[in-house]
Ligand binder design. Structure first.
Ligand SMILES: Cc1cc2nc3c(=O)[nH]c(=O)nc-3n(C[C@H](O)[C@H](O)[C@H](O)COP(=O)(O)OP(=O)(O)OC[C@H]3O[C@@H](n4cnc5c(N)ncnc54)[C@H](O)[C@@H]3O)c2cc1C
Length: 499
């Protein structure tokens, strides 16, 4: 589709200006390399002939990535860190000139509120799954009886797990069998208490979900992989850990960005604008229709005819958009459940606040029945988020299966969480400023069968060249996984449209 007004050979749209969509736009604009097999030796003349338009419904870019201000200081209101194991986010920050502002958290471990007090996480956990039960017993998060139950892991009989059992393989050919949830697998081996008090707050907490409604293979592939061919959990998982390496402190697996992760979004946008990418905010796409070899987008303003689309929106939004043009895709996207969360950021006078600063914050297990799911001592974890006189704490609430936040107004929510924070962390001082940020339907739930759903979406897309899917909906909640998903989707679209 030649766009005579701009002299471009083709037009592609990225729907959704979160980190996934921006990462896709960078590849489409020739700012990031396409994959090896598509590479034409560094010639990005094709990208130069492509008009790239980013359409974002909100008034700002970044989606869930949202830094803001409270009491005159910059604070993170959404994500505050990313994993370094997948290098894509760190690489992008460095590429955009933000390398000097990458910072590791100043404290590295959290506590769990369990059995009446805050207790530090024991060593040897992999997303909450223990590999050292002596350390778990010493830590006290799980009672002695609970630890003794977990010690039976190596002795109990049970099925040898295969790839399908742990959510990493194809379903057996001889009939549909439900994938077992992470909770089902782990409870059978470790007992309920260890799962409820240790595994669920960490593994479940990452997705604002719970292990009983989670696919182990999608949410924690490294754990799932370790269990294949075994009955038990602890020994095979322990075997995957690197041997302790003397006295050197391990470097943090996380990075944050001084000044806030929104700086990454701003830098991406600046680079995209410099490359001629059109970025339109307050431009929700209402409908996608097939049109000849391309697509027609209704945006509420003018319709936009495009040759290709990267769809980088939450599953339910993608389902709505594709229900007429790719109903199979829409059906599967619509099956993916989401959890809503709320984040209450509190500003305290530093002199009045005493925090247990050996921890970054505290996780609160679901079985405690509290509204609060976690608290982060922002000013301890990230010294850049503290003024001389002001310190910040953030309290989170809401998870899959617990929608109590929906029934509370902002003021009541903040009051309830401040009161729980005081009971749990012994913070007697009252905050002098507070900001409530709600993220409705923000955390996709990777439920058992997610892998099959992703395969079904890939099949639906295969039959519809010129449409690619990116974002957390595919199975990686973290910022690095989202960046990778955007880059992969853009590669796929480039391939579809023919170089
Ligand atoms: C409170 C919170 C804390 C988190 N903490 C961390 C963390 O510490 N580390 C980490 O790695 N990850 C964290 N995450 C997860 C991570 O932030 C998200 O998974 C990631 O940012 C999602 O990016 P995305 O681009 O796929 O989706 P989104 O950020 O949701 O972006 C999608 C965009 O699409 C737009 N859109 C929707 N419908 C339309 C439409 N019809 N037309 C046009 N635009 C549309 C939306 O407005 C949105 O801007 C956190 C998430 C939350 C909510």
């Amino acid at each position: 589709m030649t766009d005579r007004s701009t002299g471009h050979d083709r037009v592609v749209a990225v729907i959704g200006g979160g980190i996934s969509g921006l990462a896709a736009a960078r590849v489409l604009a020739g700012l990031a390399p396409v994959s090896e097999q598509l590479s034409n030796g560094g010639d990005n003349s094709v990208a130069r002939r492509t008009r790239v338009v980013v359409l974002e419904a909100g008034h700002r870019l970044g989606g869930k990535v949202a830094s803001g201000e409270l009491a005159g200081q910059p604070v993170e209101l959404g994500p505050d860190q990313f994993l370094r194991r997948d290098p894509s986010a760190e690489r992008l920050c460095r590429h955009l000139g933000l390398g000097d502002d990458l910072v590791a958290p100043a404290a590295s471990t959290a506590a769990v509120w369990s059995r009446g007090k805050m207790r530090g996480l024991p060593r040897g956990l992999v997303l909450g799954v223990p590999t050292d039960l002596d350390a778990v017993e010493q830590g006290g998060i799980v009672s002695a009886e609970g630890v003794n139950r977990a010690r039976l892991d190596g002795e109990l009989d049970g099925p040898v797990l295969d790839a399908f059992d742990v959510g990493l393989g194809e379903p057996p050919a001889d009939g549909p069998v439900e994938e077992r949830s992470a909770g089902e697998i782990l409870r059978a081996r470790l007992g309920d208490e260890t799962v409820d008090r240790l595994v669920d707050p960490l593994l479940g907490g990452i997705n604002a979900g719970g292990v009983d409604t989670m696919s182990l293979g999608t949410a924690a592939p490294q754990i799932a992989q370790a269990l294949i061919g075994h009955r038990d959990v602890i020994a095979p998982l322990a075997a995957t850990l690197p041997a302790a390496s003397g006295s050197a402190a391990p470097s943090s697996p996380f990075y944050g960005l001084r000044g806030g992760l929104s700086r990454l979004i701003d830098a991406c946008c600046e680079e995209l604008a410099g490359a001629g990418v059109e970025i339109r905010t307050s431009s929700p796409v209402n409908t996608i229709r097939s049109s000849g070899t391309g697509w027609l987008l209704e945006t509420g303003q003018a319709a936009l005819a495009v040759d290709g689309i990267v769809l980088a929106v939450p599953g339910y939004a993608g389902s709505e958009l594709t229900k007429d043009c790719v109903p199979d895709l829409a059906g599967t996207l619509g099956e993916i459940a989401y959890a809503s969360v709320a984040v209450v950021t509190l500003a305290f006078r530093t002199e009045a606040l005493s925090l247990p600063s050996r921890w970054t914050g505290v996780l609160v297990p679901r079985i405690e029945g509290r509204l609060m799911t976690a608290a982060t001592w922002l000013s301890v974890k990230w010294p850049w988020m503290s003024g001389e006189e002001t310190s910040y704490v953030r309290v989170s609430a809401g998870r899959f299966g617990d929608a109590r936040i929906d029934d509370l107004g902002d003021e009541e929510l903040a009051a309830r969480l401040t009161s729980e924070l005081s009971e749990i962390a012994g913070i007697d001082a009252g905050p002098f400023a507070c900001k409530v940020t709600r993220y409705e339907r923000s955390f996709p739930q990777y439920q058992p069968g997610h892998r099959s759903r992703v395969a079904a979406m890939a099949k639906a897309l295969y039959a519809k060249p010129g449409l690619a899917l990116a974002g957390a909906v595919l199975g990686g909640i973290g910022i690095p996984a989202c960046i990778t998903s955007g880059e992969v989707a853009a590669n796929r679209l480039t391939c579809d449209l023919g170089r």
